[in-house]
Design a protein. Structure first.
Length: 197
């Protein structure tokens, strides 16, 4: 992205310190805003609680912040696939036939799928169980449109949905125009504020 009114063809070293500082602050504020907008858009498309995408959870973060000598910030989504157990509605641990609602309002009944308790680290935690959504497939059997599975044993597979990184990639173009507009406006605001001081 480019900042409107910012001479991109000029070497960074040749710019006044006040301009570089304003640009770095504008980039960082824009990255924070883009992360928040992306989280909101992801949640509009995928049935995740707001807390799941909070920066403190490490799943969608500003992983790099701009400085006056490096005007780049990076918003990064976690690449590990999201367990489909997170989207399970109803269904008791170990019982088959679970309803999964990945997209808000679009539930899918998964016959033979069931919730299974997994290790959290090296132990089983009875107070906060780590659940996975599993299905047992017969030899040669597969699930239509399902590529994200992890084979455990005896035909037992854990099922996963898209990673936060994949979800972020689907929404980043949607938020790009507003992000670009905010970046330019914020830079100009900070430069004007510096002139006024």
């Amino acid at each position: 992205m480019a900042i409107e009114g910012f001479a991109a063809d000029r070497p960074l070293e040749s710019l006044p310190a006040s301009i570089k500082t304003a640009a770095a602050r504008a980039v960082n504020r824009t990255a924070d805003r883009a992360r928040t907008d992306a989280a909101r858009e992801i949640r509009r498309q995928v049935n995740l609680p707001a807390s799941y995408l909070q920066p403190s959870q490490g799943r969608l973060t500003v992983s790099k912040r701009a400085g006056k000598d490096d005007l780049e910030a990076v918003v990064l989504g976690r690449q590990r696939p999201t367990s489909l157990a997170r989207f399970a509605r109803g269904g008791a641990e170990g019982r088959a036939n679970v309803t999964v609602e990945v997209a808000p309002g679009f539930a899918r009944f998964m016959r033979r799928a069931f919730l299974i308790r997994l290790r959290r680290g090296a132990d089983f935690d009875s107070k906060q169980p780590n659940l996975g959504l599993a299905i047992r497939l017969r030899p040669g059997e597969s699930i239509q449109n399902k590529r994200q599975m992890v084979r455990m044993r005896n035909g037992l597979y854990l099922l996963y949905g898209p990673s936060v990184d994949q979800l972020f990639r689907t929404v980043r173009e949607d938020i790009a125009p507003a992000t670009q507009e905010f970046l330019s406006a914020e830079f100009l605001r900070l430069v004007d504020l510096g002139d006024a001081q």
